[in-house]
Design a protein around this ligand. Sequence first.
Ligand SMILES: [Zn+2]
Length: 668
Amino acid sequence: MRQVDTLITGGTVVTMNARRDLFSPGAVAIRGHQIVAVGPEDRVRQLVESDNVVDATGKLVIPGFVNAHTHVPMTLLRGLADDLRLDVWLLGYMMPVEREFVGPDFVDVGTRLGCAEMLLSGVTTFNDMYYYEEDVARAAADVGMRAVLGQTVLKFPSPDAASYEESLDLCRGFIKRWQGHELITPAIAPHAPYTTTDDILRDVLNLALEMDAPIHIHLSETALEVTDAKRDFGAPPIEYVDRLGLTEAKLIAAHCVHIEPHEIKLLAGTDAGVAHNPSSNLKLASGFAPVVEMREAGIPVGIGTDGPASNNDLDMFEEARLASFLPKAVKGDPTALPAPDVFAMMTIEGAKALHLDGVIGSLEAGKYADIVVVDQDAPHATPRFHLSPNNVYSHLVYAAHASDVRHVWVHGRQLVRDRELLTIDLPAVQARAREIAQQINDFMSQREGSLLIKIIAIGGFEQRETFEVQVKVRTHDLQGVEKRLQELHLDVVKHSVRQQFDTYFLFGGRDNRYLRYREDNELVGKEPGVGPAGLTVKPFYTLTLMEGIVEREYQDSIILTRSRYTAQATYSLRFYREYFNPDEEVEVVKWRTRYRVTYEDAEFAINMDHITRPQGMGDFVEIKARTWSASDAEHKADLISKLLRELGLDPSQSVRAEYVHLAQRVLA
Ligand SMILES: [Zn+2]
């Protein structure tokens, strides 16, 4: 009789082989890294014997779960920022914190913590996408878990690469070092089409084909992403990456929530696998992936937790339940996606989605010994029926909890015994995790207290100090002023007419600074002196940090101000509103006729402002000049004084307040 390392006996063995065999009492024999026998207990006992017999009587023996999509080190960002839209969450919180904190130590601690959580909920393989994947690999291999690890590629600087060329080099080195490792499959992870470019994706594909490495990418996660892709690439995301050839590689597509019917057909004709992440899709309100349709078309669909910052846990039992309930509710059909199908998605189908079904995903002789033993003696597991083989899947998908996981083996090595982690010093990992969280906490509380730091966190802003001499005068005769300006025959350097929609974010007592989001619609081809009617519009969006610092005051309420940080606003007004969360919002809409003129020896901007919202604010003329020294400022203040009178403006009508504050008075 053959001697084996471990013999698991007495339990109900759920094989997930092609015939979906169940053996009760069944047995599984492990030798080295592999399963060498599976079947009814009496038959297996005739073939093998072992000094290490694990009695699983009354328990279930199942294949380890495959977590088909996650960002494991993000365990350390769990619960940091929730209940936000995807863009605000990702661009406003996750990425700035990651740029500041993510390094080899962060990734090591986060991975060990994530592995602990996953092992204790029956996961034996995970598919990851993150930075410093080399350190994820080291930690996962040290713990003994199986993983497909995607080194991230982005079009902008990331925590571990200053450019995409650098991240591709990282990928190449990472794949070379880890390819052929018994537990780790190195992969390339271009984050998503909207965070990469055509060229990046082509380079990624070439590298993937050259090194036979999987490509792990987010696709069609939100409706907005699909709309933008059609605008930017002329195709929805999946059709777009297929055109680029990504489906020729071992593609793992996370989400596919908004996959279109023709894209389902398209993916079904390739080897691509899909990772379905119901918690994440629900929490971020991304939508409902057409899982039933994708599976019917023949696409292997695995289940993933996504990162613990968008879930917020790594519990596959919970994911399985949601994966099953969602299509039932969405379709109004309780027969949609039954428990046995969901259990397949957690195991063999998940393995297929990761291109690993040849070696894991089921309990069969010859496959690696990734095995989980599940208790069935908790109140929620009582009683049980045996009318149909489906009863066991119902129990696993609809009733079982992570807390029922008793033993776990990966690659033949036992990693959990009686719910005790054998390869992770959990208290030490948790202590390090709490330390890092404290640092993040301090960083974030400082940031939330400063508008400036918060603006810089989302990028695009340059610290640029400008000094301006300026005055603002109320007038009841804007047209008269404009007429007099033309009669002065000044040298007009530039002239434009624009409608400006300014939204001010005010922050009460928190900060004396405030923000202005401006949609500036310049009328193109506008001639001076003509009324603002029916011309084409060229919109431009800016975000400005307003500080209202008055450095000096001259005659006629002319002031010297120091400003401000301005940047092109690359996100939507809604994004900034949700990100900055102002206490008060004030809208000012105006028509501005703007002249840039040379008066005597200096250049001035003259703004003729007709405020249309809020009503009753009136009309103003602003005169401004850039300055760089105290004597220059004094000289320009004198010139402004003179110009005011030449334009027939009454200096006693000058106002010091900004438009937002005048608007507040009108609205009060
Ligand atoms: Zn993800």
